[in-house]
Design a protein around this ligand. Structure first.
Ligand SMILES: Cc1cc2nc3c(=O)[nH]c(=O)nc-3n(C[C@H](O)[C@H](O)[C@H](O)COP(=O)(O)O)c2cc1C
Length: 350
């Protein structure tokens, strides 16, 4: 079967321009990451998971996750929690913030989340899971999506029982990451389950897990019948992977291009999180951007030792002076985002 990742598809009224979706990732999916993903061809981007309890208590950090930039659309904001009423109220806030979709997290395997009855635990609590989806779908007029793992235990197929019930309760699309919660990120995503889920539901299914290349994306779409693939770890510090997954055949960025994108990412993240928070947040991104054999390891180590972000920026420009002109051109291309209304965001667990 021939697949065209450049094809437009729909989730209810929401038009998604390509079949590549950028994954929600806690501690990664800041606005800068999502906007960059859109520039490189992701048809849909998603916030990291946002705590419904945090929204309910108007926690300043939590509300920061609800900032939406004009050039992010279509955008899903993901919420997690275990109380249908609280989830419904949070969904209303998410819709009011400007999200095109409310995504519900039934996949987080982290104990801090599962012990509260949220995340992947809900895969084994179908009554509560369907009540949550019904409450959220009843509370908003935008489509509701659900992101699931295969189940809690290795080999579980519980997602196939739950999926159709979630659709009945009002889910307009399902994303399946076919690993168990126990697996965390080990082993392989078993997309034969994705194919089975596609057969069972009449809404589009998004395939998440191990999509690292155009060839893999085409194979998964062709063998599962999924509407789109979701890209997570492959896109960390690597927007070029999104373009390659979409088009195939890209040659990879030059060092100047890598530095220019990293500098833009730094600039935008500082604006979003504030300098103090961004300093720690950005450290993992240095390795992600400069890895892939693009720069020698000692260079990354050197950046990690530098105490301030402006020293990091200067060092990057000394290494690749040509990046300055590229950065300027990128800056012209990317609209300046004025942050107002909501407080400074921070990244959270999951
Ligand atoms: C650092 C990290 C954070 C994640 N945070 C979330 C999250 O907040 N919500 C969610 O539904 N999935 C989360 N995931 C799972 C991803 O969305 C995705 O399903 C998973 O990484 C498999 O895709 P990949 O192989 O393309 O990375 C996270 C994954 C990683 C690596």
């Amino acid at each position: 079967m021939q697949v065209n990742l450049r094809e437009c598809w729909r989730i209810g009224p929401v038009e998604v321009p390509t079949r590549v979706v950028l994954a929600p990732m806690a501690g990664v999916s800041v606005q800068a990451f999502r906007r960059q993903g859109r520039r490189y061809g992701a048809g849909l981007v998603c916030s990291e998971m946002v705590s419904c309890a945090g929204i309910e208590h108007r926690n300043e950090r939590t509300l920061g996750y609800l900032r939406v930039a004009a050039d992010e659309h279509p955008l899903a904001i993901q919420i997690f929690g275990s109380e249908p009423g609280v989830m419904a109220e949070a969904a209303r806030m998410v819709e009011a913030a400007g999200a095109d979709l409310v995504d519900v997290n039934f996949g987080c395997p982290v104990r801090k989340v599962t012990k509260t009855g949220a995340g992947a635990t809900l895969l084994e609590d179908p009554a509560r899971a369907t009540a949550i989806v019904a409450a959220v779908a009843g509370a908003v007029s935008v489509p509701v999506s659900v992101k699931m793992r295969r189940g809690l235990e290795n080999g579980s197929r519980v997602c196939l029982e739950l999926g159709p019930r979630l659709v009945e309760a009002g889910a307009a699309t399902l994303t399946l990451h076919p690993r168990s919660a126990k697996q965390m990120y080990t082993g392989e995503a078993d997309h034969s389950l994705t194919a089975e889920l596609v057969e069972l539901v009449d809404v589009p299914v998004i395939a998440s897990g191990d999509i690292v290349s155009h060839a893999k994306a085409c194979e998964v779409l062709a063998t599962t019948g999924a509407a789109a693939v979701m890209v997570g770890r492959a896109a960390q510090g690597n927007p070029w992977a999104v373009a390659e997954i979409l088009e195939g055949g890209a040659g990879g960025p030059t060092r100047e291009e890598v530095v220019a994108e990293l500098l833009l990412f730094i600039r935008e993240t500082v604006r979003e999180l504030g300098e103090q928070r961004a300093t720690g947040f950005l450290k993992k991104f240095y390795g992600w951007y400069l890895g892939h054999g693009r720069f020698p390891k000692p260079f990354k180590q050197e950046l990690l030792q530098l105490p301030t972000i402006s020293e990091v920026e200067q060092r990057l420009l000394i290494a690749e002076p040509g990046a300055a002109a590229l950065l300027e051109a990128l800056g012209d291309e990317v609209e300046e985002v004025v942050l107002e209304g909501l407080p400074i965001s921070a990244y959270g667990g999951g």
